[in-house]
Design a protein around this ligand. Structure first.
Ligand code: ZN
Length: 285
């Protein structure tokens, strides 16, 4: 059976698609690979400068700066790690598999510098990519820390590839989920309590047509199979079922990737895995 895909919603960071001709095992495999295995860049090392940073004139006053902030360096490092770093899988390799043998080079790491003096708020957009402007952080208003008068933050941060199974900072997509495609059958027409079953639906799937004295389905794909309508109505008026081979699948990215790139990367991982399995089976004597 051929697999068909219809796009229901697609933005730079969100996707909702209808997938036909698969089963729940296939959908779950795709979901888990997207969450745990699709690699992404994230900051993994931060070098903080410690000590005095000289002085400068602020109006008539000379202010001495010191590398210090109201929160611990460990917390700043953790916050930096969670910032979405633009990722291009055509360019980057895992550091351990790179020709530089883990030393760090433009094929496996992105280096950022951060140099701010208080009083101010340090944001994700203050991370300056060293050497390549293409890796500037898209989501530039994530607050990292505040700095008071005389406080400063000077640090170098290195991003590298990792996967969601190692740490959440490397997770390429969030809220990855799917549900069976709903099938709603309205079996009987007209009775006094049918307006109640329309109201019982928390997602506005049904409407009461007063002229025809009947329930009609106005937003089938909003149905999450909760069966609240079935339980409120007289028995046998509405039947909620589902198609075992069609699924509504959705997830969000943190802007490191487009949703299409995540699906493509997940399928490539699965394809590699199955190919190595075929090879392994072929090698059995
Ligand atoms: Zn390298």
């Amino acid at each position: 059976m051929a697999i068909e895909v219809e796009v229901r919603e697609m933005t730079d960071s969100r996707i909702r698609i209808l997938v036909k001709g698969v089963n729940h095992i296939f959908m779950n495999m795709l979901r888990r690979v997207i969450m745990a295995d699709v690699p992404k860049m994230a900051i993994h090392n931060v070098d903080f400068h410690h000590g005095p940073l000289g002085s400068s004139m602020e109006g008539d006053e000379e202010v001495e700066y010191e590398s210090t902030s109201p929160i611990f360096d460990e917390m700043i490092a953790h916050r930096l790690a969670m910032i979405p770093i633009p990722t291009d899988l055509e360019i980057f390799l895992p550091r351990s598999e790179c020709t530089c043998e883990g030393e760090g080079c433009p094929s496996c790491t992105i280096m950022y510098a951060i140099n701010k003096r208080g009083p101010c708020t340090v944001y994700s957009g203050d991370l300056e990519p060293v050497n390549n402007e293409a890796y500037r952080i898209k989501d530039d208003l994530i607050p990292i820390t505040k700095l008071g008068k005389g406080q400063a933050l000077l640090a170098y941060a290195t991003a590298e590839l990792g996967a969601g199974r190692q740490h959440a900072k490397w997770q390429a997509a969030q809220a990855v989920g799917f549900q069976y495609y709903p099938k709603i059958t309205i079996k009987k027409k007209g009775s006094e309590n049918y307006e109640d079953c329309v109201r019982a639906c928390p997602r506005g799937v049904l409407e009461w047509d007063n002229k025809k004295r009947a329930i009609k389905v106005v937003d089938l794909e909003a149905c999450n199979l909760c069966k609240a309508c079935m339980e409120t109505c007289d028995k046998g008026v509405i039947e909620i079922g589902y198609d075992e081979t069609s699924f509504l699948f959705s997830f969000e990215t943190d802007s490191s990737y487009t949703p299409q790139a995540v699906i493509k990367a997940a399928i490539e991982i699965l394809s590699k895995r199955f190919n190595s399995f075929i090879k392994a089976v072929g090698n059995l004597s």
